[in-house]
Write a protein of this length. Structure first.
Lengths: 117, 117
DNA sequence: TTCTATTTGCGAACCGTTCGCAAAATCATC
DNA sequence: GATGATTTTGCGAACGGTTCGCAAATAGAA
């Protein structure tokens, strides 16, 4: 359960390989397979969310379940939470203009955090 | 340039393999390598945008360059364009509350189109 | 201890994508 | 049209992240 702790402390999206490397660094050595299996377990529990970066690599972030979005710093990778408002109006607009029934959405913001700007 | 036409007519995200299959179906046979090379060319031209689906597969969509977002139907895969408003307020809020300099963003909507709901 | 169930590590397999290279097609010049 | 240079193509191997199968190691129960 060091993996969950690593993700909780990192506050950024980490790949399986990065997590594996960090485990080695703190000499809690474990195989890459186990890292993948644990991440899948945590994801099923809802303790971890994942995204695929531009290169197609899956990255993982500690998450607490309530709906919000992320602002990802291009400098340091740090992730900040962003409240989700302003979606209700989209839901109505989409329905009225396109006849589209909005079920879910994803939003991501990219830029520079206070420390990196 | 059949590939550009296929994407233009499809109005949905297609994988390289799907495009390759459609080319075979219309007996405009070409290797998968060429499909990839052409897609990369179109992307560099700005004629095609890409996204990575949940499985990590890259998919491609004909695009015209002006900024907007997509509503993707879970039933048929059809993509509808959604105007991007309501981002300016996010930019300001992020700056004031988090000191975060917003440079770009992505938004995707999922649901059911008029035909599939 | 002994037997069973679970977790782990290893390596192979997998799948989408990229690369190297030689064959084929296209273009330019004579 | 023939010749040579340039570009595009197809093929197969390589690549990288992820999954799988299986046997060894570990943990739990009796
Ligand atoms: Zn930063
Ligand atoms: Zn939201
Ligand atoms: Zn639909
Ligand atoms: Zn926008």
């Amino acid at each position: 359960m060091r993996i969950a702790a690593i993700l909780r402390e990192a506050r950024q999206y980490l790949s399986a390989a990065e997590i594996h490397a960090r485990l080695e660094r703190e000499s809690a050595e474990v195989s890459l397979s186990t890292v993948y299996r644990t991440l899948e377990f945590l994801r099923a529990q809802g303790a971890v969310s994942q995204r695929t970066d531009e290169a197609g690599e899956t990255t993982y972030l500690s998450c607490d379940g309530d709906h919000h979005h992320h602002a990802i710093c291009r400098g340091c990778g740090r992730v900040e939470d962003v409240d989700c408002e302003a979606i209700d109006q989209f839901t109505e607009d989409l329905d009225q203009h396109n006849g589209f029934l909005l079920e879910s959405h994803s939003m991501e913001f990219f830029g520079r955090c206070r420390a990196c700007r």
